[in-house]
Design a protein around this ligand. Structure first.
Ligand code: SF4
Length: 271
């Protein structure tokens, strides 16, 4: 892992994502190294040529910059950690930039959301409890251990993520599960949807949001490279998705809705 400490000029950056006003990305790059990650485009902006997951730039002055920007921000806003990295990726254990940013945010009234794959968020439980409006989401795309190792080689296991949801829920912090990306065969299998629904419900998550895979050329080619190598039985299902997206999405919604009716947890779709 190549680590660089860098200075940022701005940390509270306007978001193009609907319902999120500002994103906070304490790091550039992500040690979780997910093989379907769309944030790989950050390599272009940051001038990195190393493979995605092999470098992280640490915005060492982010907490001080955030403090200055928060003082100037007059209207209540929705601020999200993080839009192009994971705020609780492994390097956070060393630098605690996310934690230091939360320490600034507890003095304000903004609506804060965190989306992560890491149970390290629990280390900041005391800070999270001091935020007036906070929601923590966990991404999970399958509970198949082999697929997790291959597609999310740097992330804590889904088991740890659900254990973290349970702890947060027990502490009255609102949680949700982001099933994304839904990979044909690996995510959309009836058994997998049932497992994710059951685990989310048992952990006390408030709701589940499902999304499909974005087929940007780079992402798609990488996903298919791994599917061909490790899950050849999934090739035909992936190709069907690629060539019939509208039909596939309709069928997936129908399948999830049918399975979801057996559970006592809300779910919705981002597609
Ligand atoms: S955790 Fe998120 S940002 Fe990090 S590599 Fe995975 S998908 Fe990308």
């Amino acid at each position: 892992m190549i680590l660089n400490e860098i200075q940022c000029k701005s940390i509270l950056n306007k978001s193009g994502i609907p319902a999120i006003d500002f994103g906070i990305n304490p790091y550039i790059g992500c040690g979780h190294k997910c093989q379907y990650c769309y944030a790989v485009f950050m390599k272009r902006f940051s001038g990195h040529t190393e493979p995605w997951g092999d470098f992280v730039d640490v915005k060492i002055n982010a907490p001080e910059v955030l403090e200055r920007q928060l003082k100037r921000l007059k209207q209540k806003s929705h601020i999200s950690f993080s839009t192009v990295c994971d705020a609780y990726q492994p390097v956070e254990a060393k630098y605690r930039i996310t934690r230091k940013c939360l320490e600034k945010l507890i003095h304000y009234n903004h609506s804060i959301s965190i989306l992560t794959k890491s149970d390290m968020v629990i280390d900041d439980l005391n800070l999270l409890k001091q935020l007036k409006d906070i929601e923590v989401g966990f991404s999970v795309f399958t509970l198949n251990p082999q697929a997790n190792r291959i597609f999310e080689p740097g992330s804590p296991s889904p088991k740890k993520r659900f254990a973290a949801i349970k702890i947060l829920s027990q502490n009255n912090i609102s949680t949700w599960v982001f099933v994304a990306p839904s990979l044909p065969y690996l995510t959309d299998h009836e058994k997998t949807i049932n497992q994710i629904m059951a685990a989310s419900q048992n952990a006390g998550a408030n709701y589940i949001l499902f999304d499909t895979l974005n087929t940007y050329t780079k992402v798609w080619n990488n996903v298919m490279r791994l599917i061909k190598k490790h899950f050849p039985e999934a090739i035909e299902f992936c190709n069907y998705y690629y060539n019939n997206k509208t039909k596939y999405k309709k069928q997936l919604k129908h399948k999830i809705s049918k399975i979801g009716s057996n559970y006592n947890i809300k779910f919705r779709f981002a597609f």
